[in-house]
Design a protein around this ligand. Sequence first.
Ligand code: SF4
Ligand code: SF4
Length: 357
Amino acid sequence: MNFKYLKELKDCHLCPWDCGINRLDGGKGVCRVGMPEVAYTNFTEVLKSYSITLLGCSFFCTYCNAYRISQYPESGWRYRGYVDPPALVEEILHAFKSQYAQDMSVNKLSFTGGEPSIHTPYLEAVVGLLNKEISGLEKQESPPLEKQGISQMESLESPHQLDVGLATNGFITRKTMERLSRISSYFNFEIKAYDTELHQALTGAPSEPVLENAEWLARKHPEKIRVFRTVVIPGLNQEEIHKIARFIQEIDPSIHYRLVGFRPHFMLYYHPAPTRSLMQELVEDCKKLGLKNVDYSGYHPGGSQMTEQMSNNGLKTLYHHLNRAGCYRKPRNCGDCPENHHCPAVILEPWTNLPDD
Ligand code: SF4
Ligand code: SF4
């Protein structure tokens, strides 16, 4: 295996946790991952993309709907593992050539997770190699892949037509952000909360680096923002939606902002989901604040069962859920928590975290 492109993982500073550990030698940072590992790959019909899901995350989100992937390896599930970039590129090229991809007009590659940015050198290696291979195929230079039967990229007329998308939590250093903006044509950028205290309670990490990167991207590369999105959790971050909407509006009111209805998961397994009327109300609020391009997806058809206590004190409710799950840190900060390599809240299966009677 050629690990040249992974050299910087020997002293990892890719995100603001700034661990400085050797991920290739068993060292564990806050994300607890070593080599970049693939959970699985799949076609995404809505996005017309071929998606690579990577394991591990820099956050410990209370409501993660993919916590077995984001909290790998503590979550105990086993996935596909490390795939050498040339092997992954070959697989991507095969996937693009498949009848299924042609029928769906798949023209994008996307990286998701987990948090793919914690594997930035790997993403650069894969995208760089992929573009090289596509150029080679176009020029009919008989690259190695052609010898293996991949002769044409009918659906891709030039490497520039292969859009590369990235879903991110935005918790990365500016240097990493700039690198990612060079290899990505669009971002699905999630802003989970505006206030740092709430952001920390929700994710274990402060909001400042996320907001700074969101602003940098919106000012520098607005064309690369497919969407800023926030998961709406009734009673917990509703107020944050207004703050985030104002934040986006002040940068550029035409940026797409999507509200996503929370689905009960992980440490918030028993917390109610939003109603359709709440989602619609919030969309209208954002429009009144000046955003021109705002919509929502997802709500709970049965309606939420919010108690008065939940509606009146989001932070208190959140810490109540965290305590039930086994996290007793307040304020919560997973970066300097002595338990972050064997977090009790991560190991617990959500449904065993029983609600109050
Ligand atoms: S948490 Fe961030 S800095 Fe620490 S090892 Fe993971 S990617 Fe590197
Ligand atoms: S116990 Fe520590 S690592 Fe686990 S969620 Fe709480 S603060 Fe984060």
